[in-house]
Write a protein that binds this ligand. Sequence first.
Ligand SMILES: *Cc1c(COP(=O)(O)O)cnc(C)c1O
Length: 393
Amino acid sequence: MKIDTLLTRAGRDPARQNGAVNPPVYRYSTVVHPSMAALESAYENRFEEPPYGRFGTPTTTALEEAVAALEGGGRTIALPSGKAAVAVPLMATLGAGDHLLMIDTVYQPVRELCGVLLAGKGVETTYFDPMIGAGIADLIRPETRLVYMESPGSLTFEMPDVPAMAAAARARGVLSAHDNTWATPYYFKPFEHGVDISIISATKYICGHADAMLGLLTVPIDEYRRFKSVANMLGYCPGASEADLGLRGLRTLSVRLARHQEHGRRLAGWLAGRPEVQRVLYPALEDDPGHAIWRRDFAGASGLFSVVLRDYPKAAVAAMIDGYEHFAIGASFGGFESLVLPVSPEKYRSATNWAPGGPTLRFHAGLEDPDDLIADLERGFERLTASAERAAE
Ligand SMILES: *Cc1c(COP(=O)(O)O)cnc(C)c1O
């Protein structure tokens, strides 16, 4: 079955659902059992059949089955946010005295998790250059338990050599994890590139409508109990509606991502030709330094990229952004709508430097007509230069 077909089929079976096309949304806490013996066996079998709402429901199980099929291996755990999907593997694999190798361009809130929660547990984190590739082997110590990657780099879109790093980890018996929120398994398959643990914030492209928080963690089948137990100890379980919105999002992921990619490429290409712009950070552009690795490993690009402007004053950038009609100012991405966000990657680096010499903005290309989006960007540049000229007078 090809991937577009799989997205329409996975995790549903009308014959088991009274003929309904979609699995019903189960809302429950208590599951009742017909006898004491049944209760006992239900809890013994808790990793297969949820005996209580916190362990899961048929709705979360359907989502998990669909995502595991899309990932092409492993077993998926649905979680209440992307951040929970980051936290569970860190908490499950690392304890006192252990060492974590963390990519320097990680989604920045993860730094706090390492610096506060993990450090408090006695876990040491070493940040590494995203471009280190197979050189990661030199940083692996006897107490290293996990190599954590994300590609492209959060905010700055570098393309690390994931297969080389994953192979180096595996050769030393160390697990590797990859945050695949940007591409989703539709455009990048972590397991085909040697990664052990796949993390997705489904809040973004999977749910796709800026209306739900949801995380997905996919782990090797023989490691499932370890990770699921930690999720359960921490009390992480997604809401019924959110799990259902994740399933619904999967059905249209292929068409939405194709359109986000088309608009992303169009906007990024147009921006790259503008005199106000120093650099566009988007691996789908042919002259991007990460383009070769992106082409080698990825089947496509989503609609999220950054732009480094020339050195304009903050007030001029604010005049540009505040006046946008279609680019709302806000965090997150993957919904149907376009977004812009001023970002400061230099604040979230410790192993590498980021000094682009101009303000950096992250754009999300939504599903609006790209002609409208480009006209909006063009009017923004007029405000930017007018404001900068006034300031210079
Ligand atoms: C948003 C995001 C997360 C966190 O996901 P939430 O659903 O917001 O908790 C993790 N990783 C990446 C790359 C993200 O973009």
